[in-house]
Design a protein around this ligand. Structure first.
Ligand SMILES: Cc1cc2nc3c(=O)[nH]c(=O)nc-3n(C[C@H](O)[C@H](O)[C@H](O)COP(=O)(O)OP(=O)(O)OC[C@H]3O[C@@H](n4cnc5c(N)ncnc54)[C@H](O)[C@@H]3O)c2cc1C
Length: 377
């Protein structure tokens, strides 16, 4: 479908965030026209379909940050949404295990962090409780997060797209935004059509949900990514899968505690909704969007996971897939929060930038959409 030449709101990027934002805006403001522009031929071709699909509880992020608040708010919203629309999901719970003094100290920090973030269901398991829940794992100490779960991210996005369509959002797939002009009121967005020709679309509000390209899109609107601290660093996460027979040996998601700065959450074990067992992701800063999995990493994955999954065999590990985190923090740099900002202060009213929407972006997608709607409606 081709976009008209004028719209009230243009959302760029049809990952889970752009879809949720377009669905929310079109529901709240039925009188406004909304176009959802995406460079690929359909939604969810990038990070939103290359992740762990975990519904996080909100226990990892510093209190008061957007990551903490939007994850804690987004978790129940996502469960309710999944129930309402019959989106496959499972509130399977997560067990975080410690097998060293350092990991044990990290568990204590997590208990404090969870409380500070308003997550009241994280509990320490006694040895017999742990043994009853997970007889096959190795853990000197363990916490249970009952509100952690998994979701079918494709089904979630498909439902959000359907809501967008029902609300009159015009999807423009195969359209690549490549220039932004600032008008006296709003923006003229230049884009490439599927046939390679160029066109423009004027909008009053422009919502940048371009994921890995969000820093570049902000730069197209004249924002210097270095001065604004919007420069994104690509951080790849690879996954290996294990045979289905191994999956039946665990009942929850099994995580180590985070030990250092939160580049990733540490190689963990997740069960997919269709019953596969997956290890990962690792965290490697990269310079290109390359989704290949390096098979030589299998040994590192094996050694990391074997500390708490003693039943695995290195020969079981098969390279599965990779995703890329759009991180605002570079290698060795400290925590950076999501940027979700209406750029009035930069004399760009009506431009909303969403930058650095890494984990827990999937969990927080519906609460992020509500926040964006509050910023521009
Ligand atoms: C390895 C990994 C594991 C993760 N695990 C979890 C997890 O378990 N739980 C959780 O909550 N979160 C997780 N996340 C985070 C979550 O996946 C992301 O926060 C979320 O998917 C971000 O969605 P998005 O819509 O912002 O980005 P994307 O899905 O990347 O969508 C952005 C879209 O913008 C489009 N685009 C870019 N530039 C342009 C342009 N110029 N013109 C038109 N279109 C454009 C792209 O094509 C893309 O489709 C994980 C992420 C990774 C990488």
């Amino acid at each position: 479908m081709s976009p008209a030449d004028k719209t009230d709101i243009l959302v760029v990027g049809a990952g889970v965030i752009g879809l949720a934002v377009a669905a929310e805006l079109s529901a709240r403001q039925p009188d406004l026209s909304v176009v959802l522009m995406e460079r690929h031929e359909s939604f969810g071709r990038e990070t939103s379909s290359r992740n762990s699909e975990v519904i996080h509880a909100g226990i990892y992020y510093p209190a008061g940050t957007l990551k903490a608040k939007l994850c804690v708010e987004g978790n129940p919203l996502l469960y309710q949404f999944c129930q309402k629309w019959a989106i496959p999901h499972r509130r399977c719970g997560k067990i975080i295990v410690a097998n060293s003094a350092e990991e044990s100290a990290s568990l204590d920090n997590l208990l404090d962090q969870a409380l500070a973030n308003g997550v009241i269901d994280l509990v320490e398991l006694g040895f017999s409780q742990l043994n009853a829940l997970e007889p096959n794992i190795r853990a000197a100490r363990a916490l249970l997060s009952p509100s952690t779960g998994i979701v079918d991210s494709h089904a979630l996005m498909a439902r959000l797209e359907q809501i967008c369509l029902q609300n009159g959002v015009l999807p423009a797939y195969c359209h690549l935004v490549d220039l932004i002009e600032i008008l006296s009121e709003g923006y003229r967005v230049h884009f490439k059509n599927p046939d390679g020709s160029s066109d423009t679309l004027d909008c009053r509000c422009l919502v940048n949900c371009a994921g890995l390209q969000a820093g570049r899109l902000a730069a197209l609107a004249g924002i210097d990514p270095d001065r604004a601290l919007y420069r994104l660093h690509l951080c790849k996460g690879e996954y290996f899968s294990l045979p289905r027979a191994r999956a039946s040996l665990i009942n929850h998601l099994i995580y180590p505690p985070p030990l250092h700065e939160l580049t990733g959450l540490g190689i963990h074990a997740t069960k997919t909704l269709d019953g596969r067992l997956r290890l990962g992701p690792n965290a490697k800063y990269v310079t290109e969007e390359d989704y290949t999995v390096d098979p030589t990493c299998a040994g590192d994955f094996y050694r990391a996971a074997r500390r708490f999954l003693p039943f695995i065999d290195q020969r079981d590990l098969e390279p599965e897939m990779a995703g890329i985190r759009p991180k605002l923090s570079g290698p060795g740099e400290s925590f950076r929060d999501f940027v979700i900002q209406e750029e009035f202060g930069r004399k760009l009213p009506g431009l909303v930038n969403l930058i650095g929407i890494e984990s827990p972006g999937l969990t927080a997608s519906l609460s992020i959409a509500r926040l964006v709607a509050r910023l521009i409606c």
